[in-house]
Design a protein around this ligand. Structure first.
Ligand SMILES: CC/C=C\CC(=O)SCCNC(=O)CCNC(=O)[C@H](O)C(C)(C)COP(=O)(O)OP(=O)(O)OC[C@H]1O[C@@H](n2cnc3c(N)ncnc32)[C@H](O)[C@@H]1OP(=O)(O)O
Length: 666
């Protein structure tokens, strides 16, 4: 009997010396044992834990147990026989799906797939003892998975070709899923012992890869962000959240609807407020539809009953927490915060879903500024996992802790960040976008820039994303900032406040090209609302005319320059954010970028990427680009980057020691 609850190998040991006996000889010993070995699985059997269970002759799982081979999510493959045994046990297609996605399965699904022999609601060990007694004396010949022939699909080559194509497409440059397919292919085409050798070879290649390092760093980073701290010393372990049972959402546009859905699904009582009856009704129908579709997809009960709709802010009088999600208009938000402060019961937390505006300015409108924080969701709010919790200089530790806990309860990964224009994510996006525009001025095309970024691993390049989210959004902000002005010759100004500015986005908006919604943007679409971006000859002519008008000579720009200028400008802002104390550590930035902005997980996040490239190299390239473009402050290396490079480029986990935290009034 062997009782299992194993999360797999200790991931922290991967970069160091591994302790304990090696797994492969152990699984061979267990499988070869003359006495029957029954695995009783409680909790989880993941990675090496499941591989160990697969070497047992029988597996009994508790009904709440979860099983899986998640190695691929760590940049690895199941290297203790998992890629050779699982296809022998459950067939090639099912094994490929589990191994290439790393998906966990419930005990019920494991039974259905044939991974376990029995599921019990009782104590798994007791059930396994009983099971062992029932099979006493039976031959084990048919129970040693390693001795099974691997089922061979009749159209083997076609099956693997199709899977490989699909895996390559969805992996977006990640090597582990592709290598997993190769290892399962070995299970089908080679005898067991040879297959194991092949598995070991492939595992070794992945084990030392940069991608595995990045994914393992990211695994811990995503968990580290919950241990938040602020520059004034407020911390996760000394700040107590207050319970929230009832919450209000103000403004039921796209974001407000998604937030209402998230809250209702997590069991909160929700008061959803929209000013006009017509919009309220539309929102109610949309939210109900979203809840129904989601309940159907998850096979979960409907959460309709949790939401009350109202046209009056007064409906928020007795809630514990409010999330305001109206348009990005400071005057409107301020008015709402003033009213909420008068209407809500004392102690109600007032949160804003603003993506960039000053939380402190909103707090100043209320009687209790310490209760105000930002809760910045990402669209679609009921799907995206990221939540930026923004503390202002007056937010109380209790308010931060409550918003962080609330985020966790609705299934988000919450990252606490300081208050500044754009917080962390959108602030870093600005220099990235700016470089993309400048590259167009200098001779690149949207297609070229997007292709380089997509090859790096982003699901969409910057111009496709801009078309998707709408060019008018940024235009409105730039107009409000006074940037959209002609120069003395009547042409759109390319220098604003002494720094280079590209009016390209403004000019497209003036033509009514707002992106997908109007069927034209940086690309063309077959109709307004169309999704498939096609190259647009009009845009290329427009760029040529623009360059001619401004005396710009197009040059050939290579992939490396596109990547470095976009990414290093973004990374440089990341260092500035760390230096300013807006993010507590590089992990916060990396989690925000992976979960909110499509940064490829197998590259760890922008700050990890900088560490991998080498801080001295990033510094050197930024210095070079800044020399060439002295009117672009975003390319001037930040002093923290200089300091880290001068200090011998310490590894990312040592950066916090170097970061000087500024004083704050929190
Ligand atoms: C020779 C190679 C042989 C085998 C290869 C492998 O086995 S690779 C490892 C495969 N296993 C995994 O990938 C499992 C990783 N863990 C998880 O998916 C989740 O942690 C789990 C087990 C589902 C539990 O989730 P839960 O949300 O309940 O807790 P949380 O994730 O916050 O974890 C709690 C703390 O445990 C740490 N931890 C979890 N698993 C491991 C692990 N395998 N190695 C090291 N540490 C692990 C996790 O980091 C948390 O600690 P923290 O200090 O907060 O970071």
């Amino acid at each position: 009997m062997s009782c299992l609850c194993i999360t797999g190998a200790d991931i922290r040991e991967f970069g160091a010396k591994m302790s304990g006996p090696p797994l492969v000889p152990m699984i061979h010993m267990i499988e070869a044992a003359a006495k029957p070995v029954v695995a009783a699985i409680e909790g989880v059997a993941l990675g090496g834990g499941l591989e160990l269970a697969l070497s047992c002759h029988y597996r009994i799982a508790h009904s709440k147990a979860r099983l899986g081979l998640p190695e691929v999510t760590l940049g690895l493959l199941p290297g203790a026989g998992g890629t050779q045994r699982l296809p022998r046990l459950i067939g090639v297609p099912a094994a490929l799906e589990l191994i290439t996605t790393g998906r966990h399965v419930t005990a019920a699904e494991a039974l259905q797939l044939g991974i376990v022999d029995e599921v019990t609601d009782q104590n798994a060990v007791d059930a396994a003892v009983k099971f062992a007694q029932s099979v006493e004396g039976k031959s084990l010949d048919a129970r040693r998975i390693g001795t099974f022939p691997c089922p061979r699909p009749p159209d083997l080559d076609a099956v693997f070709e199709k899977v490989m194509k699909e895996v390559r497409r969805s992996a977006r440059g990640a090597i582990a899923p592709v290598t997993c397919v190769q290892a399962v292919h070995a299970a089908v085409t080679l005898p067991y012992a040879k297959g194991m050798e092949r598995e070991r070879e492939l595992f070794s290649t992945l084990f030392t890869s940069g991608q595995a390092r990045a994914l393992q760093y990211y695994f811990f980073a995503q968990r580290a962000v919950s241990r938040w701290s602020t520059p004034s010393g407020a911390r996760w372990d000394t700040s107590k959240p207050r319970p929230v049972r009832k919450a209000a959402v103000i403004g039921l546009g796209t974001m407000g609807r998604g937030i209402s859905v998230s809250l209702a699904q997590a069991g909160f009582s929700v008061v959803a407020v929209e000013t006009q009856e017509k919009q309220l009704l539309e929102a109610k129908q949309a939210v109900s539809g979203m809840l129904e579709r989601d309940a159907k997809r998850r096979g979960a009960p409907l959460a309709h009953g949790n939401i009350k709709y109202s046209c009056s802010l007064k409906a928020a009088a007795d809630v514990d927490l409010v999330i305001e999600a109206v348009f990005e208009d400071m005057a409107l938000k301020k008015a709402i915060f003033r009213q909420l402060s008068a209407i809500c019961k004392p102690g109600t937390f007032l949160c804003s879903n603003t993506s960039a505006l000053d939380i402190d300015e909103l707090a100043s409108q209320t009687q209790s500024p310490e209760l105000v924080v930002g809760m910045h969701f990402f669209a679609p709010a009921h799907v995206m996992k990221l939540l930026e919790v923004v503390y202002g200089p007056r937010s109380s530790p209790e308010a931060v802790a409550t918003a962080m806990q609330m985020g966790k309860k609705i299934g988000k990964v919450s990252v606490a960040v300081g208050n500044c224009r754009g917080f962390v994510g959108n602030r870093m996006l600005k220099p990235y976008l700016e470089q993309a525009f400048f590259l167009l001025e200098e001779g690149a095309t949207p297609e070229q820039v997007d292709q380089v970024l997509e090859e790096f691993g982003f699901p969409m390049g910057v111009f496709k994303v801009s078309d998707l989210s709408g060019l008018d959004v940024g235009w409105k902000v730039r107009k409000a900032d006074g940037l959209v002005v002609p120069d003395s010759t009547g042409k759109s100004a390319r220098i604003q406040g002494g720094r280079r500015y590209s009016p390209l986005g403004d000019l497209l908006c003036e033509q009514g090209r707002f992106g997908q919604k109007t069927g034209r943007g940086w690309y063309q679409y077959d109709k307004p609302g169309g999704r498939v971006a096609k190259s647009d000859p009009w845009l290329h002519r427009f760029l040529e005319e623009y360059r001619a008008r401004h005396g710009l000579v197009a040059r050939r720009i290579d992939q490396q320059e596109v990547l470095e200028r976009c990414l290093y400008a973004l990374i440089n802002e990341g260092f500035q954010i760390l230096q300013d104390g807006i993010a507590a550590g590089p992990e916060d930035i990396d989690v925000i970028y992976v979960l909110g902005y499509g940064w490829p997980r197998h590259r760890g996040g922008p700050m990890f990427f900088a560490d991998m490239v080498g801080l001295d190299k990033v510094l050197d390239r930024l210095e070079r680009y800044h020399q060439l473009h002295p009117d672009v402050p975003g390319l001037k290396p930040c002093s923290l980057l200089r300091k880290l490079a001068a200090g011998g480029c310490p590894p990312i986990h040592r950066w916090r020691e170097v970061i000087q935290k500024p004083h704050s009034q929190l």
